[in-house]
Design a protein around this ligand. Structure first.
Ligand SMILES: C[S@@+](CC[C@H](N)C(=O)[O-])C[C@H]1O[C@@H](n2cnc3c(N)ncnc32)[C@H](O)[C@@H]1O
Length: 259
């Protein structure tokens, strides 16, 4: 009998160590089917077989499944709020500001924060900046810190001059000083225990892929991980309905404070 998609998800989750049921069903199905078409894999049984036997296919599957799109200063107006209001206030309130970019993808997000912090002339003892992602390949790319002009479209000319070096036709390397400000780590937000006492957590453009139950669960975990008064910063199209149920208060578009 042909294997159905639900059964495939259960088996594939075990092989991959990634809970596919936490992600929106239609999206998972579309991603799996498009990869199968691309590889001329005819059914879920064969796809599972490949996942079991072929480590390269496993890596390709994860790569295809996790959408890594990112850019520097993504949603620039929100980064202006961060630069002009949120971060200066956090630095005024705390000797050491702990910031977590979760997920950080190719590094554009934590490096954007690092640029702002460098411009605010903060020393390493003033901040901790951690970027995590589930995808090991994207973390290697974050570590390399080389970007094309698409990822840099919101970087102003001053910052381009100060923090990037052109190394190829359309490739720019970020300054080592900025890279050194960020710690990168592989981490699965769905199953691992979160460190606590963060002042600012950025969880942007991941919730759009998750089921409502999983979003709620992760929101609770983020709230637990924040200090009282700490800020949760979401993507532009992501919202928390009834934030008070999570112990949050919306302060300005995309920013929520733990009360
Ligand atoms: C669209 S990117 C968002 C990057 C960045 N926050 C931004 O907004 O530009 C989504 C990232 O979520 C990561 N991801 C997906 N599931 C994850 C999980 N369970 N734990 C940690 N990261 C995950 C993917 O690998 C991908 O790099």
């Amino acid at each position: 009998m042909m294997m159905n998609f639900d059964e495939f998800k259960v088996q594939a989750s075990k092989i991959l160590g990634l809970d596919l049921a936490s992600y929106k069903e239609k999206r998972v199905e579309r991603r799996v089917e498009s990869l199968m078409r691309r590889r001329s894999i005819s059914d879920f049984t064969e796809c599972l077989q490949q996942l079991r036997m072929n480590s390269q296919f496993r890596a390709d599957f994860l790569n295809h499944f996790t959408i890594n799109t990112s850019e520097f200063f993504r949603n620039p107006l929100n980064f202006t709020s961060l630069e002009k209001e949120i971060l200066p206030q956090l630095f005024a309130e705390h000797d050491r500001v702990k910031i977590w970019s979760a997920p950080c993808s190719n590094g554009c997000e934590p490096y954007s924060l690092a640029i702002i912090i460098d411009e605010l002339q903060k020393n390493p003892h003033h901040y901790e900046l951690l970027g995590i992602d589930i995808d090991p390949d994207i973390l290697i790319s974050a570590q390399k810190g080389v970007y094309n002009s698409g990822a840099l479209k919101n970087v102003n000319p001053n910052r381009m001059k100060r923090y990037f070096t052109k190394i190829g036709n359309d490739s720019y390397a970020i300054d080592d000083k900025i890279k050194r400000m960020v710690t990168l780590k592989q981490f699965d937000l769905l199953k691992e225990t979160y460190a606590r006492n963060w002042d600012l957590i950025l969880c942007r453009n991941l919730f759009i892929y998750l089921t409502q139950d999983v979003k709620d669960l992760i929101t609770h975990k983020f709230v637990d991980a924040l200090k009282t008064g700490g800020i949760l910063f979401l993507g532009n199209t992501e919202f928390i309905f009834e934030p008070e149920k999570f112990g949050l208060k919306k302060i300005v578009s995309s920013f929520y404070r733990k009360v």
